[in-house]
Design a protein around this ligand. Structure first.
Ligand code: ADP
Ligand code: TRP
Length: 329
């Protein structure tokens, strides 16, 4: 059997450059390797922890689906599906709940961060926490273990979840039978944490993202919002800033060095932002066209996803039946 690669993105907002460089691009590159068997999906069950509106969930789901396709996912090579189309996953989730220590969930970053914030504000520790959020890592383990995925391309923030999936798999394997492959996260070092407009990690939750597919004018306006220091045109600037970090992603080393030299020689922030827009826009334009094509041909997207679901479901049903036999059902 070929080594299996699996990753998911939750439809909780519009895809941004952090998603692209941290998760989508490395995953697409892996899918071009003939020795790997890739499973990429839209984690819509996971999105329920934050999205409570029907229309939003639908729009974000199409956004993520069209994004993957625009960025080069080839549905002939990759099994591409929606998590909610595979009803075996929540069933496995329940079984795995019984291999998951509650203490392990208490230590999961997302939950811990909310508890810490609640305690700081003098609230009850679990204020605003629902069981979807609390159990999130176990559902993610079900996504991964169901398909015997070995390599999980994710951004740095998700590596703890992959560790939890390993713990759960080990617990099951030693209690019943060696049925699960032990997964490993695959993190692209250079782009594991991409910075956003304000210099912090780019994230929907910080509202500092640069959306991957917006109209050119909106992209330009967004780039103008990048926070810089107050050095004036003509004053030399160093390269430890968001503009340089982003610029580097889109050009060769040679072109980057030329840009950095101009900044050190006093290029204004305004000019630097214009140059950043140019390189970013050139890079994004061909993908943006594909993105809008798929957005206006949603029936094609539906077909692609249902073909992927059909394939994934067959495997999931067979695996679940093995699992149920192993536990005595
Ligand atoms: P967000 O933080 O904006 O809500 P998600 O949690 O939906 O993003 O992340 C989807 C994928 O993109 C994950 O694999 C995550 O690690 C990756 N990712 C998100 N933001 C970044 C970033 N700033 N740098 C690198 N990877 C990122
Ligand atoms: N939790 C991931 C995120 O927030 C999304 C996800 C769900 C995922 N299931 C997964 C990623 C399985 C990798 C493997 O981005």
């Amino acid at each position: 059997m070929k080594e299996r690669v699996l990753t998911g993105i939750k439809p909780t907002g519009f895809s941004h450059l952090g998603n692209y460089f941290g998760a989508i691009k490395p995953a697409i590159e892996l899918s071009q390797n003939e020795d790997l068997d890739c499973f990429y999906f839209i984690a819509d069950h996971h999105a329920l922890t934050t999205i409570k509106n029907k229309e939003e969930l639908r729009e974000y789901t199409y956004n993520i689906a069209c994004t993957w396709l625009a960025c080069g996912l080839d549905p002939e090579k990759v099994t591409f599906y929606k998590q909610s189309d595979i009803c075996e996953i929540p069933e496995l989730f329940w079984i795995l709940c019984n291999c998951s220590a509650k203490g392990l969930m208490n230590r999961a970053h997302a939950y811990k961060a909310i508890v810490e914030k609640n305690l700081e504000c003098g609230e009850d520790r679990d204020y605003g926490v629902n069981m979807g959020l609390y159990n999130y890592p176990i559902l993610m383990a079900a996504d991964i273990l169901m398909f015997d995925a070995k390599r999980i391309p994710v951004g740095l923030d998700q590596t703890q979840h992959v560790e939890i999936a390993r713990d759960i798999a080990n617990c099951f394997n030693s209690r019943y039978e060696e049925l699960f492959t032990i997964p490993e996260s695959f993190v692209e070092k250079e782009t594991s944490v991409l910075v956003g407009l304000d210099g912090r990690k780019m994230s929907k939750s910080y509202g500092n993202t640069i959306q991957l597919f917006t109209e050119e004018k909106v992209l330009q306006k967004t780039i103008n919002k990048i926070v810089t220091d107050s050095r004036m045109p003509g004053e030399p600037k160093d390269t430890d800033n968001t503009i340089c970090k982003l610029y580097k992603l889109f050009v060769s080393e040679e072109k980057y060095n030329a840009f950095a030299n101009k900044l050190c020689a006093g290029l204004s922030w305004g000019e630097a932002k214009k140059e950043l827009f140019e390189v970013m826009n050139n890079f994004i334009t061909p993908m943006r066209e594909k993105y809008f094509y798929f957005q206006s041909h949603r029936e094609e997207v539906d077909k692609i996803l249902s073909r992927g679901a059909e394939k994934a479901k067959k495997l999931a049903a067979a695996k679940l039946s093995q699992i149920k036999t192993a536990i005595g059902m």
